[in-house]
Design a protein around this ligand. Structure first.
Ligand code: C2E
Ligand code: MG
Ligand code: MG
Ligand code: MG
Length: 284
């Protein structure tokens, strides 16, 4: 009976895997069409200065509203886009959207408003031409309005092409943020080699810091180290007032998270944070 059961289970799992594989292929095909069909959009999440509670910038995050599945997570579909060779097209699209928002919002505020855009290692390694700097010149947007968010995996084995690209960004004036810091290799030796502007503490440390002394110590140490190296620190995934307080006491510069705001569609972001007359943007 046990053997039989095992066999049934085996065929159940292979069937499940087939379905998964099938669903992945289907989603890849639908992703090819998603841009054209207007199913992709950008959500903007504010980054807040912890000491003053003012919004200093925003991060642009991809959204895919699928007709049957609803919202598909970027953590799921970005790797699919990479695998299918669609990431340059999609990455360029969100870049242009975000650049347009940065331009509009800077105009409305009368001062530069910066937007961060994620760029995965696969995007950097793509053979397709990188047109970001050129595009900023075309639309006459100062590169200071753009931050590119990279992960440390890119820097660990950076090829000469990757180094050149980063230098090109740097020369143009695009700032660089190191995303998800603390969960990867964290070899940190690359921090002295590359010119980085922001370090983003991974949300796992922030989420544990209220109860876990170690997470708190790690976050505090990252902040001290980053400041010594001349980097500004952004804490990701700030959800509670207590986390904000701990981070502020530890000298963390900025925070991003549901406590301040979820990522919002452009019109709502604009209504709440750009055209809002109140100088202080969130109530806590
Ligand atoms: P990320 O760059 O680290 O983005 C932060 C993620 O944390 C976002 O998830 C955001 O919605 C989420 N988040 C913000 N505040 C909170 C909070 O208080 N609590 C919790 N639990 N989560 C919070 P999202 O939008 O699902 O994106 C996931 C990842 O997908 C991003 O991580 C990024 O690596 C990738 N991604 C998103 N958009 C793009 C894109 O345009 N290009 C590329 N290459 N990757 C992207
Ligand atoms: Mg990011
Ligand atoms: Mg990330
Ligand atoms: Mg992150």
């Amino acid at each position: 009976a046990a053997k039989n059961n095992g066999k049934n289970q085996f065929s159940y799992f292979t069937r499940l895997m087939d379905e998964r594989a099938h669903q992945r292929l289907r989603l890849i095909n639908e992703l090819r069409m998603a841009l054209e069909l207007g199913q992709l959009s950008v959500a903007y999440q504010p980054v807040v200065e912890l000491a003053t509670r003012r919004i200093i910038k925003a991060e642009a995050l991809l959204r895919w509203n699928h007709p049957y599945f609803g919202n598909v997570e970027p953590a799921y579909f970005v790797p699919l886009a990479e695998e299918a060779g669609l990431i340059t097209e999609i990455g360029d699209w969100i870049f242009r959207e975000a650049a347009a928002s940065a331009k509009r919002w800077s105009g409305a505020l009368g001062t530069a408003f910066q937007i961060g855009i994620n760029k995965s290692p696969i995007q950097f390694l793509s053979k397709e031409q990188d047109t970001w700097v050129e595009y900023l010149r075309e639309v006459d947007l100062p590169a200071q309005n753009i931050t590119v968010e990279i992960t440390e995996g890119l820097l660990l084995h950076a090829s000469s092409e990757v180094c050149e690209r980063l230098l090109e960004y740097r020369d143009a004036g695009i700032q660089v943020a190191l995303d998800d810091f603390g969960v990867g290799y964290s070899s940190m030796s690359y921090l002295k080699k590359f010119d980085i502007d922001y370090l983003k503490i991974d949300q796992s440390f922030v989420q544990d810091m209220e109860d876990d002394e170690n997470s708190r110590t790690i976050a505090e140490s990252i902040i001290v180290m980053a400041h010594r190296l001349g980097l500004k620190v952004i804490a990701e995934g700030v959800e509670t007032l207590r986390q904000r307080e701990i981070l502020n006491e530890a000298g963390c510069d900025y925070g991003q998270g549901y406590l301040f705001s979820k990522p919002l569609a452009a019109p709502e972001f604009e209504r709440r944070f750009i055209r809002n007359e109140k100088p202080t943007f969130y109530p806590h």
